[in-house]
Write a protein that binds this ligand. Structure first.
Ligand code: SAM
Length: 393
């Protein structure tokens, strides 16, 4: 079996966590790098990585590396590979590029020339050429140029791995599933203590927590992977590996997983999301105001949450304040009041709890009136933020 070099990408700051995840899969030559984790293995290792990794965004299979300080070197380097190994002449291709610190600095141009090199090869050999297809290509090629060195990789995931297939409801500013899974891991929740999200929105954190608790292979829930369309893919072998991964999911003993929100529509959506993830009835989603947060005594719970912080996340406006008790008031002062009251409730009612809060605004997290014992720098979408951990005494 051919051995390949793989690179699993992740959001900045999550590299150590992904490194631990990859190591758990017992893959070879695992190495933490900037932006992700490198490992080596055979096709089956890539199948398992796509099926099991929770915080990875994409798994790339490296196919070539060469110097490309100009257009010609790029074109020749791409054309030197035999593309008929992965793609049929009537297949569909997508090329994406990322350039930094290189003479070739326009990603669109690099994409175009790499695509030209591939289609020219097909045209010269068989007289026909693959089409370009953005949405559902048979082969997605990733071109990475850094300091005039070009790395060509096939996107074995074919889709962002945050697309687990359970999100039927978006909500206003949902966390990405991969970041949520990472936050669950970083919260050090043991899978047994009650887990509470008092600003649960579409339920992402609790759903990812429940999936982890059930030992679910999250990648198996989503759309087919990119490698399933490659020429020469061993469909029967993969079907066996996928079936074995799905069979490992188990129902653990009933635990308390509780989500609260002031917005009834979000709660309804969160229930729909949980049902789509095969978690019907496993998570309680209830109407509740975080300013009156008072969980049951003696729970010794873990609170893991992502309160509103009044910024845009990705394309979506994070205007959650609309659903707070003062509708429409998203001012920083109103949010400060919300954090202050939430902090007071934590101090009053949550002695013994571990609290982990993703915050994108220092002024707001200061309003909690609690000193974090740990502060991890992360990125939510494009937004820098921190995961703050508190021990409530
Ligand atoms: C950033 S979103 C949470 C997103 C969530 N993590 C997800 O992945 O969908 C913040 C949530 O806080 C809710 N919220 C705002 N004010 C609240 C309050 N006073 N009590 C409880 N929830 C509140 C909003 O309705 C919104 O759903």
């Amino acid at each position: 079996m051919t051995r390949h070099a793989y690179f699993a990408t992740c959001a900045p700051g999550l590299e150590p966590l992904l490194h631990a995840e990859v190591r758990k899969l017992r893959l070879a030559r695992v190495e933490q790098q900037v932006g992700g984790v490198y490992f080596e293995g055979v096709a089956e290792d890539a199948w398992r990585a796509n099926l099991w990794l929770r915080s990875a965004i994409r798994l790339l299979q490296r196919v070539a590396r060469f110097p490309a300080a100009d257009e010609r070197a790029l074109y020749e380097g791409v054309r030197a590979l035999d593309w008929s190994r992965w793609l049929r002449p009537d297949g569909a291709l997508r090329v994406s590029a990322q350039c930094s610190d290189s003479v070739l600095s326009h990603s669109r141009f690099v994409e175009q020339r790499a695509k030209d090199a591939i289609v020219d090869q097909f045209r010269a050999r068989v007289g026909s050429r693959p089409d370009v297809e953005r949405d559902e290509p048979d082969l997605a090629l990733h071109v990475h140029l850094w300091r005039d060195r070009c790395t060509l990789s096939l996107d074995s995931s074919g889709r962002s791995l945050h697309k687990r297939g359970w999100r039927v409801f978006q909500g206003r500013a949902p966390l990405s599933e991969t970041l949520a899974a990472a936050l669950v891991e970083l919260s050090e929740w043991d899978g047994r203590a009650p887990l509470v999200d008092p600003f649960c929105g579409s339920g992402t954190l609790l759903i990812e927590a429940a999936l982890r608790q059930e030992g679910a292979a999250v990648g198996a829930l989503g759309a087919p992977f990119g490698f399933e369309r490659w020429l020469g893919h061993d469909a029967a072998g993969y079907a066996r590996v996928k079936a074995a991964a799905l069979a490992q999911r188990e129902r653990p003993a009933k635990r308390i997983l509780l989500g609260l929100d002031v917005d009834p529509a979000s709660l309804e959506g969160a229930r729909a999301n949980a049902a789509a993830a095969g978690l019907d009835g496993r998570i309680r989603f209830e109407l509740g105001d975080a300013r009156e947060f008072a969980p049951q005594r003696g729970w010794n719970a873990v609170v893991l949450t992502n309160p509103p912080y009044g910024h845009r996340v990705g394309e979506r406006a994070e205007d959650e304040g609309e659903s707070a008790a003062r509708p429409g008031d998203t001012s920083i002062e109103a949010l400060e009041d919300l954090y202050r009251s939430f902090g007071t409730q934590l101090k009053k009612h949550c002695a013994g709890y571990g609290v982990h809060l993703l915050s994108g605004e220092r002024r707001l997290s200061s309003a909690l009136g609690l000193a974090p014992r740990r502060k991890l720098r992360l990125v939510n979408g494009a937004l820098p933020c921190h995961l703050l951990s508190f021990d409530i005494r």
